[in-house]
Design a protein around this ligand. Sequence first.
Ligand code: UDP
Ligand code: MG
Length: 317
Amino acid sequence: MDISVVVPLYNEEESLPELYAWIERVMKANGFTYEVIFVNDGSTDRSWQIIEQLHAKSNQVKGIKFRRNYGKSPALYCGFEQAQGDVVITMDADLQDSPDEIPELYRMITEEGYDLVSGWKKKRYDPLSKTLPTKLFNATARKVSGIKNLHDFNCGLKAYRREVVKNIEVYGEMHRYIPYLAKNAGFKKIGEKVVHHQARKFGKTKFGGWNRFFNGYLDLISLWFLSTFGVKPMHFFGLLGSLMFVFGFIAVLIVGISKLYYMHNGMPYRLVTESPYFYLSLTSMIIGTQLFVAGFLGELISRNSTERNKYQIEKTI
Ligand code: UDP
Ligand code: MG
């Protein structure tokens, strides 16, 4: 099979028939063999009935129905698990992404050898409250992930080589960082294609609110931390802890020895507890020890984790 289209959706009943008709038109015009996997993320409207109707009419339509709303990432994860196509395309259900982009995305993966091609909504039809923070978000994600050529990490329209989706685990709200997940899994050829974007035709956005930016940044920090120190927490905490401890220890020695020196020579001296440096070094030693212990606990946890020997093996012969 050439292409699997994975569509996560939450309450998008009005868009679905039009979306599927459009995808079908593009696929037929280009002679692709394909499947469309609709992942119904606990919709409370008639989305699922519509998917059933589409399935009855065309056996390219597959559906996964969640019992409740879990979020876009879990929906993508389950869609990826099912996907059989050589190229997997993800697309939002709200008709903001255009199925007309599919042939070119497919070509970039199969002919130009990309592992992942992300859409770039260069001209966006969303309110300013969405586009402005997104700019900031993308700049940070570019810096932290080291994927310098991407402008739009969170674009719903993306194409993947099948191995990529089978080897990454999109969980929580990590759909914003799929290119970073792919890079961490060892897929390096990540590209971008400018795509058309349209204003939402029906319903309203499922990702409103400001807290998504804080959550987004926290997720980015976790990802960065996991990918750099996840399997060796001691290298982070242990180093920091040891440095702080040594610094505190030396400082407390200086405070103590200088007091003894003054005392011995009959000069006026201060009690160690009168020196501010004493408290600084004490705190530094305590925090240092705690960081060290945190690193050690992290090491113990990672040693017991089932993930500890999960490596990406590209080939064995
Ligand atoms: N979506 C989902 N589960 C959710 C929230 C959203 O499957 O909990 C789907 C939604 O139906 C749409 C896609 O994710 O197909 C993108 O959502 P939306 O269009 O609301 O995001 P925006 O384009 O405003 O960023
Ligand atoms: Mg949308």
